[in-house]
Design a protein around this ligand. Structure first.
Ligand SMILES: Cc1ncc(C[n+]2csc(CCOP(=O)(O)OP(=O)(O)O)c2C)c(N)n1
Length: 906
């Protein structure tokens, strides 16, 4: 089959592509039904027609007949012309500013790719989004200086050049700086996409990974409400705006929390979807209409939907179109075709769109081809957008989505408007640049254009004064990011929340129990308690947190509208408007989004909070790794608690539940301090240090702790261990360390495997081997210190090389070193370079499976027997244990008949 254009189906057949019905077997009958409806509209009016239509739809349902189109309104603007408020701005000045912004954004990308080689960047996305942003900047987005407080705006990431262009006109970014778009090393430049880590005084929200912006913004809007309902901040007049792509809406994260936004009635939230109908490779929905699909989706989720499809110059056409020909023609046009219309000129559109029948042709008979070419889509018309945003602000009880139809590469002419490849376009030739200048009436000479010079109108020009006046009216420039909270919080002493852990005296307890108890105590702290945000994803009972339900309540914006089944119980399921726990249901992505909102509250609300999100470590880690990365970019401060962690500590749950890798993932997150503590007092010290670092010192770090659900004896805190606990390693017991014997071994272990190492030490004593046990609280912190020392030794090569902390500690000991954890071997391997003597690592490589803890530890070879045997073998290799005795040891330690296939191959 040929793929030439003439093989595409004619318009009449294309109807079927967007109308999900079977073929029309009786067109005459169809026409009669449609005419009957037309007659009702004509004679009795729309209201009556609506009534009949709804009755018919209800009746149809009783016969099992459904309509897939029930949630789709006609393909025109939701706000009728007569309902459109007068435009409050100066359209002429805004157009001039818009032209300057478009030019500078384009120039930034073109220069980055001509002067500095292939740095990448996007022109076409901002070309489509410019008016969506600018109407917001001129008339809606409130900044920090506004009496209502600041709005929070999530910008479409690949439209970042437009936001930089504005900051350039506002004087925040210098010309030198914008000339360094996508060049961040050395002299300050600009990051590709919004990254708070790299531009901490500017960007607030990292949106570069598609889908994270939508879900984060929903939970941000919810967090605004949470603060309000808990009496912590007044946020009722603040708004969250999210600008996202229509292609981006395919991401599960984009749509996964839509119903939450509706359920919680987040009318402080507005999404503006840039429906330029294209994504990176091609049309978002070539064979149907993405706007219809999104309308149905958002409607179904309970949102208020406002469509902005056609610009003001279409109004007279609609007014003349008494027969509904335009809507009929739109109904027959799929997005792939709309894209082709936008890539072609007025003559083409007259022939191919308006030329479909005489009535349509008549509608544009008095327009020139140039006029037809200039007919705008709604997303490029400030008046239409203003009307939509105004309606969104006025709408109560639901979040609003504005579906704004735009053209990708708008104004790029033949160089890119509506072209399949426009997303990736980074360069324009001289003719194309000049055409762009002419299209937007920019006052640039040919020489300016040829040199792609940036353009800034004079400071005292009318448009610049307008730009500044509008922003000053709205409270100042935006985006701007607060780097530190204006106040710090008093850090509680460890005793106040963890006395029980310091003096555990051998009491059996799991580390999960310990941390939950500390959390309960911190919630009672006079200074800090109200700022603690416990977050769970439907696992509170698993982690023994049910007591917190009663203690601080579960946040529920509508309160508790039912009598809970367990109301008679002490620990009943208490939901309330001012509840403190964020119970997110089964949505790890939602829960981490809440955590991000709380963990960045010091910046977005100048209100430091202390979130603890406790979750199944496997699901939190594997599922939402990208959101954790975004949290790190955003300089989140808070605690992530990976509970039921480890591959052998979570018994029966099996392969999909057992986490053996999360610590390796966090090793790659530069501002995360990750710990695998074994004892309750270790947790107490780490939590206290975390609070100090994040809330008092205001360092942009967050803490990850793995905790387990295995009960074992918790010792009281020995003296002098604080530094070691925090830096990553300390010696637990030294009773046998100084033994005169040659057979001395060092056993390093973390978390739930530490008690196994302690048992191994006892086993080794049977063989005359002195074993010294070390608790490794953080392999990753040790490695960071090690690589830092190693690097410093190369920088200050003339000086004595600094010794990594782990090397210092182990230097005083003797014998081979055996390390074990409940994670992959790669975790203890992180420190191999800094371990002074022979080093053997044990870990849980492979798929988990269901069994008892003992069975699993035997299988993965991280139990006391395996550790003890590894120690004996290492000693034998060193000549410190007789080789001949290994066979007897293997028998004693159940090592004699191991399966030759390793666990990771089974
Ligand atoms: C998770 C993720 N996947 C892929 C990309 C690469 N990417 C960047 S922009 C883009 C297309 C965006 O299309 P759309 O959302 O429609 O925005 P438009 O530029 O058309 O306005 C893609 C695939 C990304 N940034 N994030």
């Amino acid at each position: 089959m040929s793929d030439s254009p003439r093989d595409f189906p004619p318009a009449a057949e294309r109807v079927l592509a967007v109308t999900p019905t079977v073929a029309d077997v009786d067109p005459e009958e169809t026409r009669e039904w449609l005419e009957a409806l037309d007659a009702v509209v004509h004679v009795d009016g729309k209201e009556r027609a609506q009534y009949l239509y709804d009755r018919l739809a209800d009746h149809a349902l009783t016969r099992g007949v459904q309509s897939a189109r029930a949630r789709i309104t006609p393909y025109r603007n939701t706000i009728a012309l007569h309902a459109q408020p007068p435009y409050p701005g100066d359209l002429e000045l805004e157009a001039r500013l818009g032209a300057a912004l478009r030019w500078n954004a384009l120039a930034m990308v073109v220069r980055a790719n001509t002067e500095a080689g292939e740095l990448g960047g996007h022109i076409a996305s901002y070309a489509s989004a410019a008016d969506l942003f600018e109407v917001g900047f001129h008339h809606f987005f409130k900044a920090a200086g506004h009496p209502d407080g600041a709005d929070l705006v999530y910008f479409q990431p690949h439209s970042a050049p437009g936001v930089y262009a504005r900051a350039y006109l506002e004087g925040f970014l210098s010309e030198e700086r914008i000339a360094r778009y996508r060049r961040e090393i050395g002299t300050p430049g600009l990051c590709s996409y919004p990254h708070p880590w790299l531009m901490p005084d500017f960007w607030q929200f990292p949106t570069g990974s598609m889908g994270l912006g939508p879900i984060s913004s929903i939970y941000q809007a919810r967090f605004l409400r949470y603060l309000e309902h808990r009496g912590l901040a007044s946020t009722q007049n603040r708004r969250v705006w999210g600008f996202f792509g229509d292609g981006e809406m395919d991401e599960p994260e984009s749509i996964g929390a839509l119903s939450l936004a509706a359920r919680e009635r987040l009318d402080n939230l507005t999404f503006v979807i840039n429906c330029n109908l294209q994504r990176l490779d091609g049309p978002v929905r070539g064979n149907s209409r993405v706007i219809d699909e999104l309308e149905a989706l958002f409607n179904g989720a309970g949102w208020n939907v406002i469509k902005v499809l056609w610009g003001s110059d279409w109004d007279p056409l609609f007014a003349r179109d008494s027969g509904g020909e335009l809507l009929h023609a739109f109904a027959q046009t799929v997005d792939g075709q709309f894209q082709t219309f936008s890539a072609n000129d007025g003559a083409y559109n007259r022939a191919r769109f308006f030329g479909q029948n005489a009535e349509l042709a008549r509608l544009v008979a008095d327009l020139s081809d140039g006029d037809i070419d200039r007919l705008k889509r709604g997303g490029h018309d400030a008046r239409k957008l203003h009307a939509a945003y105004t309606a969104a602000l006025a709408h109560q009880g639901q979040p609003t989505v504005v579906l704004a139809k735009t053209m990708k590469g708008f104004g790029m002419g033949k160089a890119g408007q509506g072209r399949m490849t426009t997303h990736q376009q980074k360069k324009l030739d001289v003719d194309e640049l000049r055409a762009f200048r002419d299209r937007f009436g920019l006052p640039l000479s040919d020489a300016d254009v040829d040199a792609v010079r940036f353009y800034k109108p004079a400071d005292d020009s009318a448009e610049m004064r307008y730009l500044k006046a509008r922003r000053s009216q709205l409270g100042g420039p935006l985006p701007r990011r607060r780097q530190h909270a204006s106040h710090t919080l008093a850090v509680p002493v460890v005793d106040s929340f963890a006395r029980f852990a310091l003096d555990a005296a051998g009491k059996e307890m799991s580390t999960t129990m310990a941390v939950v108890r500390m959390l309960g105590n911190l919630l009672k702290d006079a200074a800090l308690g109200a700022r603690v945000v416990p977050i769970v994803a439907d696992e509170a009972r698993t982690f023994g947190m049910a007591s917190l339900f009663r203690q601080v309540g579960i946040y529920a914006p509508l309160g508790q509208m039912y009598e809970p089944e367990d109301s008679a119980s002490m620990l009943y399921y208490r939901e309330e408007k001012s509840g403190q726990i964020l119970e997110e249901g089964i949505s790890e992505a939602g829960a981490i989004s809440s955590w991000i909102a709380a963990a960045t509250s010091y910046s977005t609300h100048d209100l430091p909070m202390l979130p603890f999100y406790i979750y199944y470590s496997m699901f939190g880690w594997q599922r939402v790794g990208d959101l954790i990365w975004a949290a790190a970019d955003q300089r989140a401060r808070g605690f992530l608690l990976g509970a039921t962690s480890g591959r052998t500590t979570l018994g029966g749950e099996g392969l999909q539940h057992q986490d053996g890798a999360s610590h390796l993932g966090f090793a790659g997150v530069p501002n995360c301090r990750a710990y695998d503590p074994a004892f309750a007092y270790e947790i107490a010290l780490i939590v206290q240090q975390g609070i100090t670092e994040m809330l008092a010192e205001q360092n942009d770090v967050f803490y990850y702790l793995t905790v387990g659900n295995e009960n074992y004896a918790q010792p009281s805190m020995p003296d002098g261990v604080r530094e070691g606990v925090l830096r990553g390693i300390y010696r637990l017991d030294s009773q046998s360390a100084n033994a005169a014997s040659d057979a001395v071994v060092q056993l390093l272990a973390s978390g739930a495997i530490l008690p196994q190492a302690q048992k191994a030490a006892l086993l080794l004593a049977e063989f005359g081997v002195a074993a010294c046990v070390w608790s490794v609280t953080s392999w990753t912190e040790l490695q960071r210190d090690g690589i830092d020392c190693e690097r410093r030794s190369r920088i200050d090569y003339a000086k004595a090389a600094p010794l990594p902390y782990v090397s210092q500690q182990l230097a005083l000991s003797r014998g081979p070193i055996v390390a074990a954890s409940d994670y992959l071997r790669a975790l203890p391997e992180l420190i191999r370079a800094f371990v002074p003597r022979p080093y053997v690592t044990l870990g849980t490589d492979g798929f988990g499976r269901s069994d008892t803890r003992a069975g699993l530890r035997d299988f993965f070879e991280v139990d006391a027997n395996a550790i003890a045997f590894a120690a004996l073998k290492a000693l034998a290799d060193d000549g410190a244990f007789p080789l001949a005795q290994l066979a007897a040891a293997a028998d004693r330690l159940a090592w004699a008949q191991r399966d030759p296939t390793p666990p990771w191959a089974r």
